[in-house]
Design a binder for this molecule. Sequence first.
Ligand code: AMP
Length: 292
Amino acid sequence: MPTMHELVNPKDMRAWSRADRARGRRIGFVPTMGCLHEGHLQLVDRAKQRADRVVLSIFVNPLQFGPTEDLALYPRDLERDRRVAAERGVDCLFVPDTAAMYPAEPLVRVRPGPMADALEGAARPGHFAGVLIVVAKLLHIVEPDVAVFGRKDFQQAMLVRRMVDDLNFGLEIDVAPTVRELDGLALSSRNSYLQGDERRDALALSRALRAVEQTWRGGEADPGPLARRGLEVLRAPGVAPEYLALVDDQMRPVARVDARTVVLVAAKVGKTRLIDNVVLGEGVAADPAVRA
Ligand code: AMP
């Protein structure tokens, strides 16, 4: 296995990237919060297809967690992450600590604008402002040619795209499909919180997305009945629905549904908050499943 570099200091990280870019190599970047699963690793595969060197960062960003959220509990397993990242061909693992990322409280910040007002932004005030500031910092530290994000966090990926366009970051943002378990559950580090029946109850999210998709394929293009059908399925035992919305790629509710419409769901299963989505024209079944 080729050796993987591991860096903790932003200055070293930038120097590593710049040295490779000076040799004409393209840098691909996959930012994560660790506890790596196949969803993260398929982002690495895509980055490898689009670049000569792949950097993966692990940083649990305090700025994107609300005061009542799971920052302290967030699952961490650096030893295992190191192993699976190296096995998958990551060239450089960037693992800064909080002091390295935030030596002082950042006074100058990124304002995410209206795309962050609804859905996850409404449920988690300040979340996207925290996400965009850390993504902006990481992109300036790593200076990649392409950064790969997962569609699993659709609103986040669209906001990152918009930030990069609006503020002329000058790199490509690639968005990869959601990787699922064979039974449809979208992979997430937070799935490790699910206990007992909760793992089965959590299937209500992907089932609701499939119900909307099937109803749409059956000829319904009005978002009202489609949302009602999805919520009916989402309201399953053990599941507390938070939202089901049909939006375009700017997170605006659609008046008529077409193949580009995205259906987004959030629900609590026990104490665990889960999100999922589908782009209707692509379909849940088209998402890759975990390799056996
Ligand atoms: P996280 O570690 O949860 O911050 O996620 C890091 C990146 O992995 C983000 O771009 C996520 O959208 C992406 N990601 C997380 N879960 C999945 C999944 N099941 N399929 C594809 N990408 C994912």
